[in-house]
Every structure is written in C-alpha cells, then in structure tokens.
Design a protein around this ligand. Structure first.
Ligand code: SF4
Ligand code: SF4
Length: 262
C-alpha cells in the first residue's frame, strides 16, 4: 500500500548511462523551481547536491549495472530508499551498453585496449531489477519530464503511479497520425512498443525504433515476419529488437531467435 509522502526526500543516482535521463529533471527549466518546493533533493550530482548515502523516500536510478562497484552501490541505494524508481532504458532494460552481452566482452576489450587488464567490468550488463527490488520502472530513452513528474505527483498523493502499457500504434490512431508502416513501408516498431512518448516519431513521419520498450501482449513474431517481408535481412530485424531495450524479455527472446539462438 502506498502512503502519501509530505515533501519526500529524493536522490538521483547514476550508474552506466549517458546522463540523458537525468535531464528529464533539469529540462524542467523554471518548473524545476516549483518541483523543488515539493521535494527535498538530497543527492543529485548533476544539480550540485551530493550526499550519496542519504536515506531517502524516493531514489531515481539511471543506468545499468556493468561494474563490480556498481553491483555493490545499487545494494546501498536500495537499503537507503523507500521507493526505488528506474528511469530510462539503461536502468530498466539494459540500454545500448548491454549489447555487449551478445558477444565476448573480454575479446572486445582486448581488441580495443592495449592493457585490458586495467578495466574493471562485469561479464554482462544488466538492468537494475536483476539486482534489487524495483518499485516502478519508467521506460524510454530518454524518459520525459512528464513521466518523472507524474511519478512524483502520484507518490505525493499516495496513489500508485499509472503505467502506459498501450502500443505506439494505438496512440497514432488516437492522434490520427498516418501509419508510416502501411503508407511508406517504413520499418516501424510501433506495433510492439509501449507508448508514453505520444507516438512522437510517427507524428513526424518517421518510424518508431522502440525506445520505450515492449508493450503489453505484443506480437513480436508477427512484426518480425512483417519486417522481413519489407525486405529487411533477418539479422537486421534481430537488431531492431536487440537495441536500446535488448534485456527486456519480450524483445530479447525474439531477437535471439532471429539470430539463431545466440
Ligand atoms: S536511457 Fe537513453 S537517455 Fe537515458 S541514460 Fe540510457 S542512453 Fe541515456
Ligand atoms: S515513437 Fe518509438 S522511437 Fe519514437 S520516441 Fe516513441 S517509442 Fe521512442
């Protein structure tokens, strides 16, 4: 059960990521000042607040786990927070850095670095939920200010944050956006991708590349078949699924099948 929180203390933690999701806060501009009246920011390095071990009501976590140090740090974050919310594709479904799970990371490192033994990394990159309990996952690469604010607002009122599970295609229909797959034969992933972005890419006439991850009950095999029918080679179809959200089971399963069970 969720209890309303008066002026919750908040921490924003970064793991392996590009920092883009933290901008969902900073991009609020002047609105950020209003938000700061409602929350007590204890730790948010990009905004100048540093108190990594603070006990907080809400911890926002950006990034995936790729090093032994991060493996330990996420346990501390979990211990120190009442609600843990992942923000973005990296934290929620691996991110682009988790693509290295498809190959041998030690061979890759050796082919790039003269002294790979100085690198400290885990053999695989994994989303936060594979290490600790996660209370809410916000999808997207990056997440939007709207998503983050909606989560904070819900917790302030003591209600469960509402999750978008619909497909991007449904959002296109609601907005009367013309389907790019049917009219242009574009390689759109909207039929299997959760909305939350407002069908942003199709509204500008371009295909969705699934940055919000898998939608509920999506028929990934049928879309893969359709993309092959549009002339995309099988391994390229696999890469449409094994991209930013490659650790999301619904995408990982079909992507790996297309690659021949790698
Ligand atoms: S989800 Fe995308 S924008 Fe967010 S940290 Fe990862 S790569 Fe950057
Ligand atoms: S339309 Fe697809 S790729 Fe574009 S922002 Fe939305 S989910 Fe991401």
């Amino acid at each position: 059960m969720i209890k309303a929180i008066q002026k919750p203390s908040v921490a924003v933690h970064k793991f392996s990521s590009c920092d883009g999701c933290q901008l969902a806060f900073l991009n609020l501009g002047e609105g950020l000042l209003d938000v700061m009246e409602l929350i007590d920011v204890q730790h948010f390095v990009e905004a100048g607040a540093i108190n990594e071990h603070a006990q907080v009501d809400i911890a926002f976590v950006e990034g995936s786990i790729s090093t032994p140090d991060e493996q330990e740090r996420i346990q501390n974050v979990r211990r120190n927070s009442r609600y843990l919310i992942t923000i973005g594709a990296c934290a929620t479904a691996g991110g682009v850095q988790a693509l290295r799970n498809l190959n041998n990371v030690h061979e890759w490192a050796a082919s790039i670095y003269a002294k790979p033994e100085y690198l400290s990394h885990l053999p695989t990159v994994t989303p936060i939920s594979q290490h600790v309990r996660v209370d809410l996952e916000l999808w997207g690469c990056p997440v939007t200010s709207h998503q983050v604010l909606a989560a904070i607002r819900a917790l302030l009122f003591g209600v469960a944050p509402v999750q978008d599970h619909d497909k991007v295609c449904l959002e296109c229909k609601r907005q009367q956006t013309i389907c790019t797959l049917i009219t242009k034969g574009s390689l759109c992933m909207g039929a299997v991708t959760r909305t939350g972005c407002g069908a942003l890419c199709p509204s500008f006439g371009r295909d969705c590349y699934a940055c919000y991850g898998p939608a509920e009950a999506s028929n990934t095999a049928a879309l893969a078949h359709r993309l092959e029918g549009l002339g995309l080679p099988r391994d390229a179809v696999a890469r449409r699924f094994l991209f930013i959200n490659n650790a999301a089971p619904a995408f990982a399963e079909v992507g790996k099948q297309l690659l021949g069970g790698k």
